[in-house]
Design a protein around this ligand. Structure first.
Ligand code: AGP
Length: 611
């Protein structure tokens, strides 16, 4: 999903735009471009990374105190110079950047071609700026009204910024489905897909709502709905700090975020657990305590890593809260016509809070009368703004595309929700709650210990960096951890990897095992330990290479496995929080040794704001 940034004020726009694009590059890195409005409108764009664009314009005088910038994740039209944004109208007087998908672009394009419009790219976005141009030609309306009318004809998702060389003190921004933040300065305004490009200039931001248009000049901001009703925006103060967006001495954001997990989990639990009293407090859900007591069913909707966190939540909420839980891929749930009633609670899990499929699944549940909660990591994102209640993960900004600290923070929140429901329903005794919360409170320290095995894991990674396939196996709540380990390896090293319930092997996948197949087992001393040992023996009998995550001091598995990675002992409930750490590090080191870009893996983007 693309990153968009805009500026209008009295400073040189280019340095602000290019810095903003670097901050947003985790949203897409297929091409980059800027447009600057000075005497006239100048557009510079190039396929590839933002650094490529900087190189492309390095000898050009870049003037203008208004402008826009875009970094792309390609949907319509392959990554290329001509499909890069910004796109211009036929008369070259208008230019646009866009994050989202115009679903009816082909129909609109056909009509415009009949009117003589010619297109330079394969994108849906270029059609929108030609539509605005056409409305201006036919109606002689100014930019803001022409854009509003054009948007009433568009089907799909968008966050756009439009400029005209004929109205130099004007930026038009609008959103529907895709995120947009406006930074309020003195005599200047900043626009971006999220707050990361804005925080160094102002802490005052407005989160534009769906179907809103912002009409921005240097000394004025007017927000209207698409049907022309003036809106009164709410100005939020950002909690985000600039240093949170830096690598802090690490080579990669991913490694920084892996090592931030002791802190992020402490922040996630702060003010929410009271181990001595055996009490959990979730202020964001307090109003729904009575509802939670009598809830019939919980449905968790999510995508990718967040879906894996949901699977861990299923084990914990059923174990401690004694409420039936179903975990759904949001993209399937939204089109399956699921049976939902007002007696149901639907929980959406999303790091970014902008994932289109998860938002649509949530809106479907809302329409069918369910109570909807959110678990999210970005304050002010779309999902927290449409839910009835929720819990922030407080993991801090996650820049690496491969989710790490957000996953363990999501699992921590789900653990808190499970114990909160148990507390409300009395399904777990006070003394058990004290024991569990005391152990949970130690998890950040135990993660510090697990991180100490980084060098050993690096050595193991070197042995398997050329593997073509990997299998990850676990039982119980370690099964979703196996899935997460496989996903981390797939998305940053491009090695094909699969996660499976260990017992499932016999029903097919064991056919894949030979001396070439590395198999990672989560084999810690918990309820299914003996069963996992038999599964390891089945794999060793077929000469598979076994890497086992074991409990410190384990001797049994050590005798069978080719490599072992120790993690500290903890209650089975908290195993996913510890066992994930070595799998994150293994994926990181293998990807690095294969020369992959671990922070910006190919074909991926941090938040998927289109279907
Ligand atoms: C995970 O590493 C990936 N970045 C991806 O699977 C991600 O978890 C998924 O796109 C969901 O994103 P969300 O949590 O922001 O909704």
């Amino acid at each position: 999903m693309c990153g968009i940034v805009g500026y209008i004020g009295n400073r040189d726009a280019y340095p602000i735009l290019i810095k903003g694009l670097h901050r947003l590059e985790y949203r897409g890195y297929d091409s980059a471009g800027v447009a600057l409005l000075d005497q006239d409108l100048k557009v510079y764009k190039k396929a590839g990374k933002v650094s490529g664009l900087e190189n492309f314009v390095k000898d050009i005088p870049l003037k203008g105190t208004a402008g826009m910038g875009h970094t792309r994740w390609a949907t319509h039209g392959a990554p290329s110079d001509r499909n890069s944004h910004p796109h211009s109208s036929g008369n070259r007087k208008l230019t646009i950047i866009h994050n989202g998908i115009i679903e009816n672009y082909a129909t609109l394009k056909e009509a415009l071609i009949e009117k003589g419009h010619e297109f330079k790219s394969d994108t849906d976005t270029e059609v929108l700026i030609h539509l605005v141009e056409n409305i201006q030609e036919e109606t002689k309306l100014g930019l803001k009204e022409a854009v509003r009318i054009a948007l009433t004809q568009v089907i799909g998702a968008y966050a756009i910024v439009i400029m005209s060389s004929e109205e130099p003190d004007l930026l038009i921004a609008a959103r529907k489905g895709s995120p947009m933040v406006i930074g309020v300065g003195k005599g200047e305004y900043f626009i971006a897909s999220d707050a990361t490009p804005i925080v160094e200039y102002t802490k005052n931001v407005i989160y534009l709502n769906d179907n809103e248009i912002a009409i921005i000049s240097r000394n004025n901001l007017l927000i209207k709905s698409i049907d022309n009703v003036v809106q009164t925006p709410y100005v939020h103060e950002l909690e985000l700090k600039l240093e949170m967006l830096e690598k802090g001495g690490f080579d990669h954001f991913m490694m920084k975020e892996i090592y931030e997990q002791p802190r992020s989990i402490r922040d996630c639990m702060r003010g929410r657990i009271y181990p001595q009293q055996g009490r959990v407090q979730l202020g964001g859900l307090k109003e729904y305590a009575e509802k939670l007591k009598n809830i019939d069913r919980i449905i968790i909707v999510a995508c990718g890593t967040s879906w894996h966190a949901g699977l861990v939540g299923e084990y914990l909420i059923e174990e401690y809260g004694r409420v039936p839980v179903e975990v759904e891929y949001a993209s399937e749930f939204r089109y399956r016509n699921p049976i939902i009633s007002e007696k149901d609670l639907v929980i959406a899990i999303s790091q970014s809070g902008e994932t289109a499929d998860t938002m649509a699944a949530l809106e479907l549940a809302k329409d069918k009368g369910a109570t909807i909660f959110g678990i999210c990591n970005v304050v002010g994102a779309s999902i927290p703004r449409i839910t009835d209640a929720g819990v922030y993960t407080h993991a801090g900004p996650e820049i690496g595309v491969a989710s790490t600290k957000a996953f363990t923070a999501q699992v921590t929140v789900l653990t808190l929700i499970a114990l909160y429901i148990a507390q409300i329903k009395g399904t777990v005794s006070q003394s058990k709650l004290i024991t569990l919360l005391t152990e949970l409170n130690e998890i950040p320290d135990l993660i510090e210990q697990a991180l100490k095995h980084n060098e050993e894991i690096k050595t193991i990674a070197a042995k398997f960096k050329d593997a073509r396939n990997f299998l990850f196996l676990g039982r119980g709540s370690a099964f979703p951890v196996a899935l997460e380990g496989a996903l981390k390896l797939k998305e940053i090293s491009y090695i094909h990897a699969e996660g499976y319930p260990a017992a499932e092997m016999k029903h097919g996948p064991i056919a894949l095992i030979d001396e070439e197949m590395p198999v990672v087992f989560i084999a810690t001393k918990h309820s299914s330990y003996e069963k996992v040992i038999s599964n390891i023996q089945e794999v060793k009998a077929r000469r598979g290479q076994v890497i086992a995550i074991v409990t410190e001091g384990d001797t049994e598995v050590k005798k069978m496995a080719d490599y072992v990675i120790e993690i500290p002992q903890t209650d089975e409930a908290f195993l996913p929080l510890l066992a994930t750490i070595p799998l994150q590090l293994l994926a990181y080191h293998i990807a690095l040794m294969r020369g992959c870009n671990v922070d910006q893996p190919r074909n991926l983007a941090k938040s998927v704001t289109v279907e």
